[in-house]
Write a protein that binds this ligand. Structure first.
Ligand SMILES: C=C1C[C@]23C[C@@]1(O)CC[C@H]2[C@@]12CCC[C@@](C)(C(=O)O1)[C@H]2[C@@H]3C(=O)O
Ligand SMILES: O=C(O)CCC(=O)C(=O)O
Ligand SMILES: [Fe+2]
Length: 370
């Protein structure tokens, strides 16, 4: 089992300086200087193993997705049919957004308790040090804030985001049922996916991540180690490396740098899918490093159940051999738990190791096996 240690606080407490423009900083400021990363920290060391690449047309797509979800907690997916032209338009709109001045971007700043707009990712508030990244969250229509950024020219941005969200949603539906089929789960086994299993009414979010070039990439962090909370994440990682996934194999664990696989998306199991599958699929820890010369962007699409649907381990996956690991929880409740306890959230809903006092240890990913 792997535990993480360091500078984590069990409640988000840190408000970061929002005036610093990372795109123009010449030297790493103390606010962004993290304690040394582990050996593989910022992508210097790449473990030879690679995450499975699965084509949707593979005759054994179900078996391969199942195996990857149980071992890695994710995979690259190819043969998905998402138009390359749309991905190009997405990239160019993301660059357009993050190339604005800090002052302009703050016109689209997320307001407290909102899921929409520009700002740091929510988990940044758990850490004293700041992340070398900027984010923008699109849950509802971006028209309101996009029109403040580009009063005469916001339509293309909004159209691209809407079109891309539609493609991602359809892809998630396809992938989720293939993954679950590997465990013998069909559309009849739960009802929150809707009568046709098309996840209508599900909760979705598009997250735009931006990692500016960094003057001292070995001592900065783009995104701290975390698992994603929802059911599934389909991530566009772009062609610049930055994503690392923790590969856990028995008592061994190491960070694997996810190299670019042209035309692929990275699929990650989310915490709620780990709960739904009674721990058969694992939500992997992952993080993002930064580099000295290039900016990097990534665009995860998150899909969760309808906000008030009760997610509970599927009865087909609970037996005397595999007792129920988690209590039932709604997505709304789980997000609240994650916002309070971060990586202890799964332990909070666990029936195996009930947590009276969630640990106050967890960090950006230095590993201690034990
Ligand atoms: C849907 C969501 C998942 C997320 C919180 C959010 O509301 C939008 C941002 C997502 C993200 C991206 C970076 C890591 C993460 C833990 C975070 O702080 O913000 C995830 C959240 C999550 O999965 O809980
Ligand atoms: O930038 C990346 O590749 C990872 C992004 C990520 O993990 C997230 O936004 O949840
Ligand atoms: Fe993530």
């Amino acid at each position: 089992m792997v535990s993480v240690s360091g500078v984590f606080r069990p409640r988000p407490t840190y408000l970061h300086n929002t005036n610093l423009d990372l795109n123009s900083v010449q030297e790493l400021p103390d606010s962004h200087l993290w304690p040394a990363l582990d050996a593989e920290g910022s992508g210097n060391l790449t473990y030879v193993e690679s995450m499975p690449v699965i084509d949707l047309a593979d005759p054994d797509v179900v078996g391969r997705m199942g195996h990857a979800s149980e071992t890695w907690g994710g995979f690259h997916v190819t043969g998905h049919g998402v138009p390359l032209g749309l991905i190009d338009r997405l990239e160019s709109q993301v660059c357009r957004l993050f190339s604005l001045s800090r002052e302009q971007k703050l016109n689209a700043a997320r307001v407290p308790n909102s899921f929409n707009g520009y700002g740091q990712v929510p988990i940044a508030a758990f850490f004293e040090k700041s992340l070398w990244s900027e984010g923008c969250t699109i849950t509802d229509s971006p028209v309101n804030w996009a029109s403040r950024l580009w009063p005469d020219d916001y339509i293309e941005f909004c159209d691209v985001m809407e079109e891309y969200k539609k493609e991602m949603k359809a892809l998630c539906v396809r992938i989720m049922w293939l993954m679950l089929a590997s465990l013998g789960i069909t559309k009849k086994d739960f009802d929150w996916a809707g009568p046709n299993g098309d996840l209508d009414g599900s909760w979705t979010t598009l997250q735009l991540n931006w990692y500016p070039p960094c003057p001292d990439p070995n001592r900065a962090i783009g995104l701290v180690a975390h698992s994603d909370s929802p059911i599934l994440t389909v991530l566009y990682p772009s062609s610049t490396s930055g994503l690392q996934v923790l590969r856990e194999n028995g008592t061994q664990a190491h960070w694997v740098t996810i190299g670019p696989v042209p035309g692929s998306f990275v699929v990650n199991v989310g915490d709620l899918l780990q709960i739904l599958t009674n721990g058969r699929f694992r939500a992997p820890l992952h993080r993002a490093f930064v580099n000295r010369t290039h900016h990097r962007l990534s665009v995860p699409f998150f899909i969760g159940p309808p906000k008030d649907a009760l997610i509970t381990p599927l009865s087909k996956l609970v037996s005397a051999d595999r007792p129920q690991l988690y209590r039932a929880v709604t997505w709304d409740e789980y997000l609240g738990i994650k916002r309070k306890y971060f990586q202890d959230a799964l332990a909070v809903v666990s029936l195996r190791a009930p947590m009276d006092e969630p640990s106050n240890v967890s960090d950006h990913g230095s590993l201690e096996s034990g």
